[in-house]
Design a protein around this ligand. Structure first.
Ligand code: TXA
Ligand code: MG
Length: 312
C-alpha cells in the first residue's frame, strides 16, 4: 500500500512497524530504500527474502547524525572531516565497526566494517528519528532490477508483498549514494555516485577510485567476507571429534546451536552470522553444519556457507 507521507501520523505508523520488525519502504534523496531495523537480525533477513537476493550483500545502515554514527563506526580524523563536509547527503562511509556496535551481523554480512549514511531527506530522517533505531536499507527493488525513484516504482516491484511505502515524490538524485571506504589508510571509492572523486579530492587530497564492487558482490567476495577461524564442514549429519554442530530443523546435538528448530529459512538467515561467530571458539577443531534446503533464502545461506567452508 502506498501511503502519502505528508503527515507525521503516517511516518509514525511506519516507525511502529519498523520497531516491530516489519519492513517499510521510504524515500531518500538518492533512491527509495527498503528499510528494516538494522539491529534486528530477523527483520534484516526479511529484506533479503523479499528482494530475492542470491547472496547476502552487506547493507547500508541509515542513521540520524554524525554523532549517532560515531557510536557504530570508528572515524579517523580524515573520515570525520569528510563526514562533516558531506553529511547529510548522498555519501556512504565504510568504517571499522566499533566495539559494542548493535548493528546486526546480517546487516554487515559478517564483515568487521559498517556502511553508514546520513540522508538529507526529511522523511527518511523523521522516520529514523521516530523509529529510534538505525535503519538498514538497500534500494527498494527486487535483486538485479533497477533502483526505484518513485513510490509507484516500489509498488510495481513488490505489489502487496510490502505493507508500507511512504511516498515522498521523485528522488532528487535518482542514483545510489557514493560509497567511500575510509576504514583503511587510503580512502577508496567503491561505488561512484553524485558526490564525485573530484568533490572529495578538492577538500581532502588524493583518493583512489577502485571498482572493487565487482569483487565484493561477485564470487571474489570470498576473501572479504567473514570466515570463522576454525574449519567449516557442510551437509553434516553428525559431529566428529572436536567439532561443534550447527543444526537446522529437528537435528539437534547437545551443546550445539540450531539455525532454526522449526526449519524456517528466514530465521536461519537471521541467526547465521551470529551463530557462526558464537561457535567459533579456540577449543574446537571445526563447525559441522547441517544440510540447508537449496531454495528461497536457503540459496543465500548455502552461498555464504560455501564461502565459509572454502579452502583457504
Ligand atoms: O543511495 C543509497 O545508498 C541507497 C539508499 C536507499 O540509501 N541504498 C543502497 O543500499 O544503495 P544497497 O544496500 O543497495 O547498497 C549497498 C552497497 C553495496 O554495493 C554493498 O556492497 C556496499 O554498499 N557495502 C555495504 N557495506 C559494505 C562494507 N562493509 N564494505 C564494502 N562495501 C559495502
Ligand atoms: Mg541496489
Amino acid at each position: 500500500m502506498i501511503v502519502k507521507a505528508s503527515t507525521q501520523e503516517k511516518i509514525t505508523h511506519a516507525a511502529i512497524k519498523l520497531r516491530g520488525g516489519e519492513l517499510a519502504a521510504f524515500p531518500t534523496e538518492t533512491v527509495y530504500g527498503l528499510g528494516a531495523d538494522a539491529t534486528n537480525d530477523s527483520a534484516v533477513a526479511k529484506i533479503f527474502a523479499i528482494k530475492g537476493r542470491p547472496e547476502f550483500n552487506p547493507l547500508i545502515t541509515h542513521v540520524r547524525s554524525l554523532e549517532e554514527a560515531q557510536h557504530y563506526g570508528i572515524f579517523s580524523k580524515n573520515a570525520l572531516a569528510i563526514a562533516r563536509r558531506f553529511w547529510p547527503g548522498p555519501l556512504t562511509l565504510i568504517l571499522n565497526r566499533k566495539r559494542g556496535c548493535p548493528i546486526s551481523w546480517l546487516t554487515t554480512a559478517g564483515l568487521s566494517t559498517v556502511a553508514l549514511r546520513v540522508s538529507d531527506h526529511p522523511i527518511a530522517n523523521e522516520l529514523i528519528k521516530l523509529t529510534g533505531r538505525p535503519i538498514a536499507a538497500p534500494s527498494a527493488n527486487k535483486s538485479g532490477r533497477i533502483s526505484p525513484t518513485r513510490a509507484e516504482d516500489v509498488l510495481n516491484e513488490f505489489q502487496n508483498e510490502l505493507g508500507i511505502i511512504l511516498d515522498g515524490g521523485d528522488c532528487r538524485v535518482g542514483l545510489e549514494s557514493t560509497v567511500l571506504d575510509v576504514s583503511g589508510a587510503n580512502p577508496t571509492i567503491l561505488r561512484p555516485g553524485s558526490i564525485t572523486q573530484i568533490d572529495i579530492e578538492n577538500n581532502f587530497g588524493p583518493i583512489i577510485l577502485a571498482n572493487k564492487m565487482a569483487k565484493i558482490t561477485a564470487p571474489g567476495m570470498l576473501e572479504s567476507h567473514y570466515a570463522p577461524n576454525c574449519k567449516v564442514r557442510l551437509n553434516a549429519t553428525c559431529i566428529q571429534t572436536g567439532e561443534v554442530f550447527l543444526g537446522f530443523g529437528k537435528n539437534s546435538i547437545v551443546g550445539s546451536k540450531n539455525l532454526s528448530e522449526t526449519a524456517e529459512l528466514n530465521e536461519a538467515a537471521a541467526n547465521l552470522f551470529r551463530m557462526l561467530r558464537d561457535l567459533d571458539q579456540n577449543n574446537i577443531t571445526g563447525i559441522a553444519v547441517a544440510p540447508i534446503p537449496e531454495h528461497g533464502l536457503g540459496i543465500a545461506i548455502n552461498d555464504r556457507l560455501k564461502r565459509a567452508a572454502a579452502p583457504r
